[in-house]
Design a protein around this ligand. Sequence first.
Ligand code: ISE
Length: 340
Amino acid sequence: REVRVGVIGVGLMGADHVARLASRIKGARVSVVTDYLREKAQEMADGVPGCRVVDTAEELIAAKDVDAVLIASPGTFHRDQAIACIAARKPVLCEKPLAMNPEDAYAVVQAEAEAQKATGRRFVSVGFMRRFDAEYAELKDAIDSGELGQVSVINCKHRNATTHPGFVDSMMVYDSAVHEIDAIHYFLDEAITEVQAVLPLPGPRAAEGQHDPMLLLLRTSSGRIVTDELYVNTDSGYEVRTEVLGSAGIATIGMGITRVTTQMAGGTWGGTVPFDYRPRFAAAYDAEVQAWITAVLDGSNIALRSATAWDGYLAAATCEAAEQALTTPGFVPVTARPRP
Ligand code: ISE
């Protein structure tokens, strides 16, 4: 059997997923695509044998030739589209963020909890693909094994070469910092209790009203501090770095540098840095989508290592505190509702 996947949104990430599903993922094919730019969807479908276009996400989710849905639309649409997939009892891999505010994310958690009562199954995976990154898995093992000793501080660097127009502070939080927020939950298995934002002098490429770079300080329930340095207009390359300060060792991963060349002319050294997240995390995206398809084929719907709707909600609740911290001095508490 193969899973017929419908892809909602064929922008940067959606197009990358269509290519991955059409060429590298075993047990699946893309049967239907949709995008608000119909011609873009048609162009994508024309390149995938047996793939057709529909006008709306609702049509795609209801389509008889769609067994599972990959949501790669803008985050503001994720809530309604994920809830529609749950109502249609179709497994869904929703690109991060699950929603652009905690209330919408919690609505997805509740809808899935009701469906799970009725069917005994869950349906929602959230696309925090770093959980499938080999370096992240290795770092988590080093933390969990005690090899690094007591971890007190984690320093994160999240650098993009550029972002699209309109990528304001709330997008830096909900669309970029959200990866580090989920990574903290993944690495430390504990809640984030409060967030502080420190806003340096904006860089020359920061958009009007955008605080880029942006520094976030996040405190966890055991008292650890995570720093997240976001810089989304470096105009150079894509670099995601995590450094864990332990009492027995300091580990750094994700140099994001695909190759370091030494002894270059003039005695300097350097390397190449991928332009954006698709080449840097290609293997993680492949592993994430393959694990999702395998889970759909075996009926479990959600891969063991995948982020769940609850992880998506916790990330959104923390993002809300981070967003409030942008205009509130000091630490802002994270408030999370009980898990249903
Ligand atoms: C983008 O949506 C991603 O998910 C990338 O991983 C992140 O680095 C980038 O800042 C986001 O805009």
